[in-house]
Design a protein. Structure first.
Length: 383
């Protein structure tokens, strides 16, 4: 008798955002694809082309795209929807029972699952997303929580959620680089989606900081600031406000929706990298508004960029000051540290090589895959 193909399914209500969190959960599915699992995704549109263009994932060609059975979020507590809720529950229960593994990226809604093993990917440390009411506790009895950083895990614990960390990995392109051969240009690069809500990448603050840097320090007079990242239609107004803020300054360059291979080139050419996510936010009050992990600063490190990150969230746990990058708490501190580094070529070279080696050691696909095997296939139950 032929062995039955094992199946894994994903529902991510943010899937079309195609940000770092989406890449991370899809990376976990990549391990399943290597093991021969059938990959199923609940989404009402086939996003294969968009995912391949954004992340260069070849395995998505084999995805099975299923109707989004989770779109209607009728609640058990509302009597008027009781009959409809029961019918949806029976239908969903029957569909999910076909899967060996089911992954859900939570937006604060929860539902029962009859898949054999179930995981909730907690992407954002926002307490509103983790309501542990009695009904939700019942729904979660068959789930385990995973996340992507120690920072988020710490906050989930404060919300009475136990979770395990699977950190993202870097594309082979980054881990196989020889940064000693790179010729750097006078470029300060930042990579992040153009949007003003949640954990905004704060491109507006970067523009102000860059203008001040050039005004106060002649060493950076020939530098360019390149802002690259995804841009969705609903964020166009924020993008236009950034262009207005930049004015007619030709040294401030925007690269929205840049191709992956052009992005690789920018990393390779850039001397510095800035990451401002969470700037001006008190993470003890709003942990959801700072950087939860920060994959782009790590990509920058792997590419030999001298990386400066705002001192909050995930980056504050990864960067060791003066060893693999720098942390700053204010624009003045950023400018002071940039000036000191620019005057010390020996330190620049040391950090380039050390940070590149660190990323190869900590963020390889092998390290990531080992964690997936340890945590996903040796599942520790919720609670």
């Amino acid at each position: 008798m032929k062995n039955k193909t094992k199946k894994v399914a994903l529902y991510n209500p943010y899937l079309d955002t195609l940000g770092g969190g989406e890449k991370h959960i899809l990376s976990i599915l990549e391990v399943f694809a290597e093991l021969g699992y059938e990959i199923n995704v609940f989404w009402d549109k086939n996003l294969t082309k968009e995912i391949k263009n954004r992340f260069a994932f070849k395995f998505v060609d084999k995805f099975k795209w299923l109707p989004n059975i989770f779109a209607d979020k009728s609640h058990f507590e509302i009597y008027a929807h009781f009959v409809r809720w029961i019918s949806h529950f029976v239908r969903n229960d029957k569909i999910l029972s076909n899967f060996d593994y089911f992954f859900y990226v939570t937006d604060g809604s929860y539902f029962f699952s009859s898949a054999k093993k179930n995981f909730i990917y907690a992407m954002v440390p926002d307490e509103k997303l983790y309501d542990l009411s009695l009904i939700n506790r019942l729904k979660l009895v068959n789930y385990s929580f995973i996340t992507h950083s120690e920072f988020t895990k710490k906050w989930l614990k404060k919300f009475n959620i136990d979770s395990q960390v699977i950190m993202p990995y870097l594309d082979k392109h980054f881990t196989d680089q020889d940064v000693s051969s790179f010729k750097k240009d006078n470029i300060i690069l930042s990579v992040g989606r153009f949007f003003s809500h949640l954990h905004s990448k704060k491109q507006d603050e970067m523009i102000r900081a860059f203008k001040l840097l050039k005004k106060s320090n002649f060493q950076f007079k020939d530098y360019k600031l390149i802002l690259a990242g995804g841009l969705k239609k609903e964020d166009q107004e924020y993008f236009y406000s950034l262009k207005r803020l930049a004015g007619n300054d030709p040294s401030i360059i925007f690269k929205p929706n840049i191709s992956l291979y052009r992005l690789y080139e920018l990393y390779r050419l850039s001397d510095y990298f800035w990451h401002f996510a969470g700037f001006g936010v008190d993470e003890n009050i709003h942990p959801e508004q700072v950087e939860h992990f920060g994959i782009t600063p790590i990509e920058a490190m792997a590419s030999g960029c001298l990386t400066f990150s705002y001192n909050a969230g995930g980056p504050s746990e990864i960067f060791v000051e003066g060893e693999n990058g720098f942390l700053f708490n204010s624009i003045n501190e950023l400018i002071q540290k940039m000036t000191a580094v620019e005057n010390n070529s020996e330190l620049k070279n040391k950090i380039r090589l050390k940070s590149s080696l660190l990323t190869k050691k900590r963020f390889s696909y092998k390290v990531f895959k080992d964690l997936v095997f340890k945590i996903i296939f040796d599942n520790i139950k919720y609670g």
